[in-house]
Design a protein around this ligand. Structure first.
Ligand SMILES: N[C@@H](CCC(=O)N[C@@H](CS)C(=O)NCC(=O)O)C(=O)O
Length: 217
């Protein structure tokens, strides 16, 4: 199994965490999406993901090559194909609560602070406009997630077991830190993040330890 990934991509981080939590061996294929490299826009990568984004999971089965993009589709497929460790609880309502938190990150925050909209905003309004737009989207989303955790969380985002909600939360908090945002209004999320950070799967999935991460000299 191969994962096309970029060290700092929060969406690729979600998939790396799920793979490590489920102990699924994979080969990491770095794709440099930095604006100075733009490897996601190469002709070769357009075959792998016509949307020119990471992550993409690729595997060979019965002689056929399969590719799956979109982190939610990937982690849900992993969950169905490799049921242990369980990342989606069985109870239908609790399961829906996990997906609710996942979607707050996946469609309510991340697309609004991703490279492409921010580049467009930089072109029309400069860095302050782009940063204000991104941080407003992150702050609104994190406030919703904090309320979600207060209502439905425990040791983790939903209840006391680790779920996909945590897999999506951790990289999103990293993005908030990249924008130097004050995380004091989100104490439950910060505590859950700290709990996850101690788990080996999250340590191995962390951007700083990826083979394509810039090395400190
Ligand atoms: N909905 C997609 C979003 C993927 C996405 O936004 N990937 C970003 C990195 S986190 C990317 O490749 N950005 C480069 C670009 O859009 O040019 C998913 O969850 O996989």
């Amino acid at each position: 199994m191969k994962l096309y990934s970029f060290w700092r991509s929060s969406c690729a981080w979600r998939v790396r965490s799920a793979l490590y939590l489920k102990n699924i061996p994979f080969e990491l294929v770095p794709v440099n999406i930095e604006t100075t490299a733009n490897e996601q826009h190469s002709r070769e990568f357009a075959v792998i993901n016509p949307l020119s984004q990471v992550p993409c999971l690729e595997w060979i089965e019965d002689g056929a090559t399969h590719r799956l993009t979109q982190s939610v589709a990937i982690v849900e497929w992993l969950e169905e194909r490799y049921p242990s460790a369980v990342l989606l609880p069985k109870d239908p309502l609790v399961r829906a609560r996990v997906r609710e938190a996942v979607e707050i990150v996946n469609s309510g925050i991340q697309p609004l602070q991703n490279t492409r909209p921010l580049e467009a905003l930089r072109r029309v309004g400069g860095e302050p406009v782009a940063t204000a737009f991104a941080t407003d989207a992150i702050a609104r989303g994190l406030a919703a997630l904090e309320a979600h955790a207060a209502a439905h969380g425990g040791s983790y985002s939903v209840g006391d077991e680790l779920t996909l909600a945590d897999v999506f939360l951790v990289p999103q908090l990293m993005n908030a830190r990249r924008f130097a945002m004050d995380l004091a209004p989100y104490p439950l999320l910060v505590a859950i993040d700290a709990r996850c950070a101690k788990l080996e799967a999250f340590e191995r999935a962390h951007p700083d330890v990826q083979p394509d991460a810039p090395r400190q000299s």
